[in-house]
Design a protein around this ligand. Structure first.
Ligand SMILES: NC(=O)c1ccc[n+]([C@@H]2O[C@H](COP(=O)([O-])OP(=O)(O)OC[C@H]3O[C@@H](n4cnc5c(N)ncnc54)[C@H](O)[C@@H]3O)[C@@H](O)[C@H]2O)c1
Length: 355
């Protein structure tokens, strides 16, 4: 089996280094491919900023760099592209990659900046036979895996509700909707009902994010989802909570004193900490696990957990929540819109966030 030829679009700079504009997620992706040894060759990278692409190429001994990703796609005969630009660029770049006949695109979250765009990416890749994945890596953390084992083992009885709380429904929420769906076994969702507050302008990777929101959704098996989001001042204290008929599982942020994962088992009355070998849901090792799985699927077949179908299911909950706020009512799925309701409400003046 010959090594996969890997290319990168949008290299960035490592977080916190001079000139960085974000997290430099391409570095996390590159570490993931490099950890697979001879199965992956890092052959080319493209960025519109010469210093960024050169520093990245130097860090990973990548032989060729480009300022125009189209040129890289034409010249390199790549198998896989890791796409690490900001969300408004994901849709068109993915489609461009699919058009040149790559085997796979691994794109950063969130999928796209509109619901129509997310579906188009998935549709074009499916038509062209391109494996499309998104870096919803949290489901691979030991914290999540251990929680799922306890859940599936009936340790809290039957699952009744999945809750999450963090900054916003899209930038970080896409991860949490994905993990909620993971705990719910990717069961289809019937409806979503949500409300939001957006008074202070908040752009993350160039994309509007609400200041606060409350979203409720129902899986077709009767399990409910509940999301609470809030900005810096008032971040919910629990990442995720699984409520069962006879017990409770909680996942806590790393910065808190509580154990990352704890359970109140059926028949028990006290919390028990669950050992996750020091891992948190954010650990870099999870980026590598996503990449190891997508490469394995290219080599041996199969559907990656971070594939477009699961990503669409999470993304639909993001846009359906915002659509519910726009409609002031419940949104029954499938979601039949093309745009980004939060952006549309800002552009129409219905929402007027201030700097
Ligand atoms: N999975 C996670 O936990 C996680 C964490 C942080 C960020 N992200 C996501 O990763 C993505 C990238 O974020 P980042 O922090 O790495 O960004 P970044 O700002 O560090 O890097 C983006 C790079 O894209 C380049 N770029 C812009 N336009 C380009 C173009 N037309 N062609 C080629 N390159 C171009 C920029 O010059 C920059 O170097 C975002 O979608 C973000 O939401 C994911």
């Amino acid at each position: 089996m010959s090594a996969l030829r890997i290319g990168f679009i949008g290299t960035g700079r490592p977080r916190g280094t001079a000139g960085s504009t974000g997290f430099g997620m391409a570095y996390q992706h590159a570490d993931g491919y490099r950890a697979l040894g001879g199965r992956c060759d890092l052959v080319a990278a493209a960025d519109i900023v010469q210093e960024n692409v050169q520093a990245f190429a130097d860090a990973y001994d990548i032989p060729r760099t480009y300022l125009d990703y189209h040129q890289m796609l034409e010249e390199e005969e790549l198998d896989v592209v890791s796409l690490c630009t900001w969300p408004h660029l994901h849709e068109q770049m993915t489609v461009d990659c699919a058009e040149v006949g790559l085997r796979a695109v691994h794109c950063e979250k969130p999928m796209a900046d509109t619901w129509g765009g997310a579906r188009r990416m998935a549709r074009v890749c499916a038509q062209k036979g391109v494996q499309l994945t998104f870096n919803h890596m949290r489901r691979f953390s030991k914290v999540m895996r251990n929680a799922k084992v306890l859940l599936d083992d009936g340790q809290i009885g039957d699952l009744r509700r999945i809750e999450f709380g963090r900054y916003n429904l899209c930038d970080t929420g896409t991860h949490w909707f994905d993990t909620a769906n993971y705990f719910a076994d990717q069961t289809p969702v019937d409806w979503v009902m949500a409300q939001l507050h957006y008074a202070k302008k908040k752009l993350v990777f160039g994309a509007h994010q609400e200041n606060q929101a409350l979203a409720l959704w129902r899986y077709s098996d009767g399990v409910f989802g509940l999301a609470l989001t809030s900005g810096e001042e008032d971040i919910p204290r629990v990442h995720c909570r699984l409520l069962g008929s006879e017990g409770l599982i909680e996942i806590h942020p790393a910065e808190q004193d509580a154990p990352r994962l704890r359970i109140r088992r059926k028949g028990g009355s006290a919390w028990e900490a669950v050992d996750c070998q020091g891992e948190t849901v954010h650990d870099a090792v999870n980026h590598g696990r996503v990449i190891a799985e997508l490469v394995h699927c290219l080599e041996h077949g199969g559907t990656p957990e971070t594939g477009a179908q699961n990503a669409l299911q999470a993304t639909e909950l993001v846009f359906a929540s915002w659509e519910s706020a726009r409609r002031r009512g419940r949104v029954d799925l499938p979601l039949e819109i093309e745009d980004n309701p939060l952006v549309a409400m800002v552009e129409s003046g219905e929402l007027n966030p201030r700097d």
